[in-house]
Each structure stands twice: as C-alpha cells, then as structure tokens.
Design a protein around this ligand. Structure first.
Ligand SMILES: *Cc1c(COP(=O)(O)O)cnc(C)c1O
Length: 377
C-alpha cells in the first residue's frame, strides 16, 4: 500500500542493498535477509529480487501473508514468517506454500498441528531468552520435545531467539547471557535428535557479537544501510554500510520572510532577521513527522536548511537564506531532500532519526510508504 496523494519520492538504490548484503555475508557467513514490513519500506519484491541476484537463499518477513506475496512473485528459496501463523488461513498458507513459521507457544503449535491434518509443515522454534515478548522458555523444553515427537508432520527445522540489547556495546553481558541460554537450548534439542538450524544474531550481533553467529544470521537494518551502532563506541563497525533510501519532495514556493514576521501554525517561529524561506511539499500526512517542527533540516543543493515553524499536513517551511546569499536560490518545482541528497549536506538516516526522536527503522518504514523509484535494478 502506497500513499498516492503525496509528491514525496523514495529513491531506492538496489546496488546499496546488494553491497550491504555482501558486507553482512563477509561478517556473518550465512545470511537470512530480513525483508519484513515491505523490506523496511524499501519494497518487498524489488528488494528480494535484488538479493536473489546476489545469491540470497533465505528470506524472513513478518506475517505469513507477506511470505505468500513473495512466493506468488516467484521468489525462490526458503521463506520464514517471523510472526508465525495467527489463524487458520495462515496455517493453510504455510502448508500450501511451504513457508517456515516461527512458533513460540503451545497454542500455536496445537493449532498448526490441528489444521495440518497430518500434512508436513516446517517451523522454527522460537525461544524467549530475555526479550520477554514471544517464545518458549527452557522450562518448556521437555513438554515441547514430547509434543513434537507425537506430531512428526510438524517439523522443527530451526531454533531461533532474538536479542534485546545487541546494539548497546556497554551491555555486552546481557547479550552474552542470552547467547548462553540459547546455546544450552540448541544443545538440548540436538542431543534429543532434533536437527535444527540455529539462528540468534540480528544485524548488530552479526557486526559486533561473533559468538552469536551459530548456523545462520538474520540481517535486517544493516541491509538498508542503517548502522545499529551509530552514536556508540562501536560505530566504526558499520562504516562501510551504504544508505539505500533517499527521499525527495518539491518546492511549492519561495518567498521573503521579513524580520519580526512569524510563520506556520501556532506562529512558533519568528524571523530574527530578514530571511528567505522555501515552502516544501512534505508534511506529516506524507509521514514526515510533525515532531521535526523547528528541529530538522532538509538538504537543498547540498546545503542543510533548517525547518522553521511547524510541519503541517502537506507543507513544511525551511530557511534558505544561506542559499540566497550564495546566489543559488532554488525555485518552485525544484527537488529538495528530506533524506540523503547531494554534497556535504547529505542527510544520513541516523541524522533524521535523531531530529525525529526515533530510530532509523521507523524513519525507513514510514517514509517508505510513499511512492518509490528504483535505481540500479
Ligand atoms: C526484525 C528482526 C530481525 C532483524 O533485526 P535487525 O536489527 O533489523 O537486523 C531479526 N530477527 C527477528 C526475529 C526480527 O524480528
């Protein structure tokens, strides 16, 4: 689903995604490409195709119906649904399309066993080792193994768990604790004859915690050029990642704002001197957060221009006095960059996330709801 009323355009560089995939592969070895939520806003099918060309063989999405979209688009390889089967339709689809669903609770396992009616279905056993969200616990193991022995058509091909603080170098001990618990679980399953492929690592753990690598690793944010260690002492680990998304919007109007005149709803900004502003066609209805009011910047011709006043539904004003002084005044219809863009003013995903008060994941997912243009397909 794409926003159709906006003039924002997401420029998706598939070469950058392939480059980042190779980076992850060089660090991890056996990468499961996490392309849930429309590939973090980068386009599910286009991203999958780019990665297939790069040799990717396993993909992970959220719900089962997103996995079905990949199958129906003819994407080869294994497809994992990280959120597992939620209802009867999901169970049926898992069986019909041979989708591997994460399963972390006995109710889910029982539902799947019931709807499978003896037909084979593959699952990844999900364990809670510290996230306290979803998953079986160590204590569940005896009952879990007994259940699986009684239902041989439900085939556990993987064991998985998810890390809570892998992107925080100062909390290594928590990650090590989760890794130790997971290691014991995997050992127990294997000792009982379950030949599971173990995966624990997310992007941060691929880059910073080799002890978590196991058989395969689930890379998400790093594929899109988000550095999970941005702003930390391990930032250098992501130095080679390339942002894959840039976002542009058109200038609607350029005008003077005289000293003492206020602009936009609430008059929250008043010109301290005579200045020049551009009104840009981007606002919160286009998923450009109102939280950026008087806080963020846009890149115009390589120069970072500060937002002045409130971000509106489909408009935002920026101070372009610096451009006016250079004699490089933009005009109506010119593109400005909310993310990326040329020159020294290029806006990194982490910059926008910081101004926005969020993480790069959210920036990508929501801006990615706008129309896309693909580069280097
Ligand atoms: C989203 C997700 C990932 C990927 O995490 P990143 O931090 O984006 O690398 C891995 N595993 C699970 C279970 C996920 O939900």
């Amino acid at each position: 689903m794409t926003i159709t009323y906006s003039k924002l355009l997401c420029h998706i560089d598939l070469d950058a995604i392939r480059h980042n995939y190779r980076q992850m592969k060089s660090m991890g070895g056996n990468i499961i490409a996490v392309i849930k939520s429309d590939a973090y806003g980068h386009g599910l099918i286009e991203t999958a195709r780019a990665l297939v060309a790069e040799g990717a063989e396993t993909f992970a999405v959220g719900y089962v119906h997103e996995a079905v979209q990949l199958k129906e688009a003819g994407i080869p390889g294994r497809i994992i649904a990280l959120l597992g089967p939620v209802d009867k339709d999901d169970c049926e689809a898992m069986i019909e399309h041979d989708i591997i669903g994460f399963v972390g609770h006995f109710e889910t396992l029982a539902r799947l066993a019931y709807h499978s009616e003896g037909r084979p279905v593959r699952v990844s056993l999900k364990f809670d080792t510290g996230m306290s969200r979803l998953g079986f616990t160590c204590e569940d193991l005896p009952k879990l193994k007994a259940f699986l022995r009684g239902r041989p058509n439900v085939v556990p091909v993987m064991a998985s768990s998810h890390l809570a603080v892998a992107d925080e170098p100062e909390r290594v001990s928590m990650t090590e604790k989760q890794a130790a618990t997971f290691g014991e679980i995997v050992q127990d399953l294997r000792a009982s004859g379950f030949r599971v492929e173990a995966n624990l690592a997310n992007s941060a753990a691929i880059m910073g915690h080799p002890g978590c690598h196991h058989d395969s690793q689930r890379a998400g944010i790093a594929l899109y050029g988000g550095n999970p260690f941005a702003g930390t002492e391990w930032e250098h680990l992501g130095a080679e990642l390339k942002p894959a998304m840039a976002v542009s919007a058109p200038i609607l109007h350029v005008h003077q704002l005289d000293k003492g005149v206020s602009i936009s709803y609430g008059h929250t900004y008043t010109a301290e001197r005579d200045m020049t502003v551009a009104v840009v066609g981007a606002g919160y209805a286009d998923c450009y957060s109102r939280g950026l009011s008087n806080t963020g910047f846009m890149n115009i011709g390589g120069v970072r221009c500060p937002i002045v006043g409130r971000v509106c539904m489909q408009m935002t004003a920026v101070d372009i006095s610096a451009l006016a002084e250079q004699g490089a005044l933009p005009k109506t219809g010119d593109d400005v960059w909310l993310l990326g863009g040329p020159g020294e003013g290029s806006i990194l995903p982490q910059d926008l996330a910081d101004w926005w008060g969020t993480i790069t994941y959210e920036v990508f997912c929501v801006l990615g709801l706008n129309r896309r243009a693909f580069l280097n397909e």
